[in-house]
Ligand binder design. Structure first.
Ligand SMILES: Cc1cc2nc3c(=O)[nH]c(=O)nc-3n(C[C@H](O)[C@H](O)[C@H](O)COP(=O)(O)OP(=O)(O)OC[C@H]3O[C@@H](n4cnc5c(N)ncnc54)[C@H](O)[C@@H]3O)c2cc1C
Length: 451
């Protein structure tokens, strides 16, 4: 609850940009998890000062503040589970490309794809590419340390962050570096805020590294008889001396759902989507080598994109999987485990065995090159307890094998009860201590990451 006096102060601070009407409260009550909790109000700041004043008020009157980008998060990070104020960063969308320095200066509400498009106009490239890039914001990407298909070659969001401005839970503002390519002055606090899921500060500006835009990208879709053959092909491909920019795995259910969603016909036991980039000669020679290497694993067919249109078609298929599988069952329990690459075939087998054991539908796809699999348990309401048991068994198996319970979606609400098992007691306590130090009254995104 936001106390009346605090509401009065917020109204003064935001005017009409503070909303308490039911349609707004409903619209800002959930994210891609579909977990719902109503906020007491939603504010749309346009500058850092408003954010700082808000957090000072939250400390004074003790109410929760939940930063929010576009609400595409898959772990409930933007859901206001303890009520309070949702702080939507959607109106802070400044963007400037410093071409000579190869740096983008952005505000957090900027949509990921807009940054990529603008960088390309300057012959530059911002590689992090979550499949949600048409909707997700840079602030959300920073707070989740988002990944995506291209991370295999280019790394995740944190690899492109040169500087940040952050409003701390106390309302103080800090600046951590700017657009320098190198800077080792002091502790690496950037790393602390990137991936902190809106619990340690509100990111208000970022300086992001850009690199030269590769002149050409081409992709190959290889279809296999079954999942095991595709996963074995993926692991052996990476020992062929080539680092593709993406190596994605799609199982037969994902393929069926995505092709019916797009109104096309593709049937296979499983597929790999492999992208390479570079100049024309290098793309051609990489493709030839990939084809030779894959042939050893007997794919049923291989199709290479020949032009931009076909290239876009391949990736449209990949990006449509998530919305397409939503139509399979009313509830999608979506996990994003990571295992060492050599264990991918074993992990895929284990996931399907869980589906069989608990009699639930399992759909698997993801960033196979990174060992990062999106495991989706698709269920009806009455099957949910069985799916939750399957998730628990999955996480315990992943931890035992030296993997991670999340590669890019974060902990949020959905994985909070497994974080202690993943980190061990000491690391868990240290992380909780950092949260307490920066946010002693627990006003910033409470109820997330830690139980
Ligand atoms: C179809 C689909 C595909 C996806 N594919 C991928 C993928 O390939 N890779 C991937 O990594 N993720 C993926 N995601 C997950 C999601 O898109 C990412 O986590 C994304 O980074 C969230 O951005 P957002 O703007 O929607 O953030 P939100 O969901 O609004 O918020 C996410 C978290 O960030 C915090 N936050 C937001 N803005 C700020 C800020 N300015 N300062 C501090 N904290 C802030 C919120 O409090 C919350 O904890 C996908 C999601 C969907 C729906």
């Amino acid at each position: 609850m936001i106390p009346e006096q605090a509401k009065k102060a917020l109204k003064k601070l935001f005017g009409k940009a503070l909303r308490e009407d039911p349609p707004h409260l409903l619209a800002y009550s959930t994210d891609a998890t579909r977990i719902e909790a109503r906020p007491d109000a939603v504010a749309f700041p346009v500058n850092e000062r408003q954010i700082s004043e808000t957090l000072k008020l939250a400390n004074k009157y003790k109410f929760p503040v939940v930063p929010r980008g576009s609400g595409t998060g898959f772990s409930g990070g933007a859901v206001p589970i303890e009520g309070g104020l949702v702080l939507s960063l959607s109106r802070m969308r400044y963007l400037k490309i410093h071409g000579e320095d190869m740096v983008a200066e952005v505000e957090p509400g900027l949509i990921t794809e807009e940054l990529q498009r603008e960088a390309e106009k300057h012959g530059l490239f911002y590689p992090p590419d979550p499949a949600s890039l048409k909707n997700s914001t840079i602030g959300g990407n920073l707070a989740e340390n988002a990944g995506g298909p291209r991370c295999l070659k280019y790394g995740v969001t944190k690899n492109y962050v040169l500087g940040l401005r952050v409003v701390l839970p106390s309302g103080e503002i800090i600046e951590l570096g700017r657009g320098l390519q190198k800077n080792v002055a002091g502790y690496d606090l950037l790393g602390l805020f990137i991936g902190s899921e809106g619990t340690l500060g509100v990111i208000t500006r970022a300086w992001l590294k850009l690199i030269p835009l590769p002149p050409l990208r081409r992709s190959l879709r290889a279809d296999f008889r079954n999942v095991r053959e595709a996963s074995l092909a993926a692991t052996s491909l990476l020992s062929c001396g080539i680092l593709p920019s993406a190596l994605e795995f799609v199982d037969s259910e994902s393929l069926k759902a995505a092709s019916s969603y797009l109104g096309i016909e593709i049937k296979a036991g499983a597929s790999l989507i492999i992208q390479v980039d570079g100049d024309e000669l290098s793309v051609k020679s990489q493709m030839e080598r990939i084809k030779r290497c894959l042939k050893e694993n007997s794919p049923v067919s291989m199709v290479v994109s020949e032009d931009e249109e076909q290239e876009e078609e391949v990736w449209k298929l990949r990006r449509s999987i998530s919305p397409a599988i939503n139509r399979l069952k009313p509830i999608k329990i979506n996990e994003d485990i990571v295992v060492p690459r050599s264990l991918i075939p074993q992990a895929v087998d284990f996931v399907y065995s869980l589906g069989k054991k608990h009699s639930i539908m399992v759909v698997v796809f993801g960033h196979m090159g990174d060992g990062n699999l999106h495991v989706n348990f698709m269920v009806e309401e009455e099957e949910k307890p069985r799916a939750e048991e399957a998730v628990k068994e999955l996480f315990l198996w992943v931890i035992k094998k030296g993997g991670a319970i999340s590669g890019e979606h974060g902990i949020g609400i959905t994985k909070a009860s497994f974080l202690r098992a993943q980190l061990g007691e000491e690391s868990y306590r240290l992380m909780k201590g950092i949260k307490r130090l920066l946010d002693p009254k627990n006003i910033l995104n409470p109820g997330k990451i830690f139980l």
